[in-house]
Design a binder for this molecule. Structure first.
Ligand code: PMP
Length: 442
């Protein structure tokens, strides 16, 4: 292994995703190595990982058990066709995932990312209604500020204007958005779930009245919205959505791409909130991000309706060359084993209080207008500089990086989502550095 990675001397070729390429390339922030709670720059400078990569390295970096499982599988069976052929590990991986999903969500479809999981879930919802003779149910409902990846389905159902505007006419028709649940005047600085705002779910009744329940296929929401600035659902909100979806025969899809795999103190947000959707989408923490993989867990009823109700032959015309890739399956099984052996959801639950206290210790600092948290997720919202949105947060992020802490920004919110192996000294250091950076950006 090369212990001394060097910076590439040409940054032109790589068009970076979701990045200000021009600005980045004038002063690139490079991560060369990682272990446990830390990244290291090429020069060997440690950076505490306050974001678990991108909400994905939940078990911490460089987990040997996962690396060895991937390596062994690469030698044993590097690839097998995902269509019309099987390999044992895909069935075993699906079984392991089903063993930790909420009861009843035991049928697993494999993808390679959160975006693919979300588009897959939307397509399954449409196929399900058609299979049960309700082909008029084609309307998809998301939320303002929702993030469901970048496929055409997820982008359309998602509610982040900046992710949609560039692509104009490519937005899907027959998509509606419920209001988001962010209520700064009411719920600022709430610890955990806000008490106020369950009624936001009632907007679904408005869509039903407008279009007719028999036109609506599914509602997709993140139990805790992350990429949009950390929005925690008000108490009773998800329960109410569940109630309304059931009442109107609409499928409820939880996008658990970030809330899955221990992040909120249980295997899935569904369990933590005690609200069981019809479909859960996942990715990220599934393989600890060591290999790309996503999955969609659906109810028995959906699987049986689509698969057993179909005529002889292929039942669902959907899938990916790398669905259930052997290396990803090996990583997923090793990751789920690690989560169980180390009770990572339990660790996250135990650290939630100290993490919350750390986040809210920033209250009163200059420009901090809200702090939101749930599980090992926190958002610190900053007042934008007048006329210069996102600049203050970008400065804070840069300063944190220079001082050895990785945070991320979404708009003017600093988002934190550390590995679940975090300990008190890491928490102290993260919020100490962040506090200094916030003061420096005042
Ligand atoms: N859904 C949610 C809630 C996410 O946070 C993300 C990624 N941040 C995605 C979907 C998309 O996942 P991916 O980037 O793996 O396509």
């Amino acid at each position: 292994m090369n212990d001394a990675p060097t910076l590439p001397n040409d940054l032109d070729a790589y068009w970076m995703p979701f990045t200000a390429n021009r600005a980045f390339k004038t002063g690139p922030r490079m991560l060369a190595r990682a272990s446990g709670m830390f990244y290291y720059t090429a020069e060997g400078r440690p950076i505490i990982d306050g974001t678990a990569g991108l909400w994905c390295v939940n078990a911490g970096h460089g987990r040997r058990e996962i690396a060895e499982a991937i390596q062994a599988q690469a030698v044993q069976l590097d690839y097998a066709p995902s269509f019309q052929m099987g390999h044992p590990l895909a069935f075993r991986a699906a079984g392991r995932i089903a063993s930790i999903t909420p009861p009843g969500l035991d049928r697993i479809f494999f993808t390679n990312s959160g975006s693919e999981s979300d588009d897959t879930a939307l397509k399954i919802a449409l196929a399900y209604h058609r299979a049960r003779g309700q082909a008029t149910r084609i309307r998809l409902v998301g939320r303002e500020r929702g993030y469901h990846g970048v496929g055409f389905g997820g982008m359309s159902v998602g509610g982040i204007g900046g992710n949609r505007r560039q692509f104009g006419a490519a937005i899907l028709p027959h998509v509606d958005h419920l209001p988001h649940t962010h209520a700064p005047g009411r719920n600022a600085f709430t610890r955990g779930q806000p008490d106020w705002g369950a009624h936001y779910a009632d907007a679904l009744e408005g869509l039903v009245a407008l279009h007719g329940a028999d036109t609506i296929a599914a509602v997709m929401v993140e139990p805790v919205a992350g990429s949009t600035g950390v929005l925690v659902p008000p108490r009773g909100y998800l329960e109410r959505l569940r109630e309304l979806c059931t009442k109107h025969g609409i499928l409820l899809i939880f996008d658990e791409v970030i809330t899955g795999f221990g992040r909120v103190g249980r295997n899935f947000g569904a369990e933590r909130f005690d609200v069981i959707p019809d479909i859960i989408t996942m990715a990220k923490g599934l393989t600890n991000a060591a290999v790309p993989m996503g999955a969609v867990a659906v109810s028995d009823e959906i699987y049986r309706t689509v698969v057993e109700g179909a005529p002889e032959g292929i039942e669902l015309f959907h899938g990916y060359t790398y669905s259930g890739h052997p290396l990803a399956c090996a990583a997923a099984i090793a990751t789920i084993d690690l989560h169980a052996a180390e009770d990572l959801p339990g660790r996250a639950a135990a650290m939630e209080g100290p993490f919350e206290a750390g986040a809210h210790s920033l209250r009163g600092m200059p420009g901090v207008i809200d702090i939101r948290n749930f599980g090992l997720i926190a958002g610190i919202e900053l007042e934008p500089y007048p006329g210069r949105p996102t600049v203050r947060a970008a400065r804070v992020m840069q300063r944190c990086f220079e001082d050895g802490v990785l945070v991320r920004t979404t708009g003017d919110t600093i988002a934190l989502s550390p590995p679940l192996i975090i300990e008190q000294p890491h928490i102290d250091r993260i919020f100490d550095v962040l506090g200094h950076a916030i003061r420096a950006a005042a």
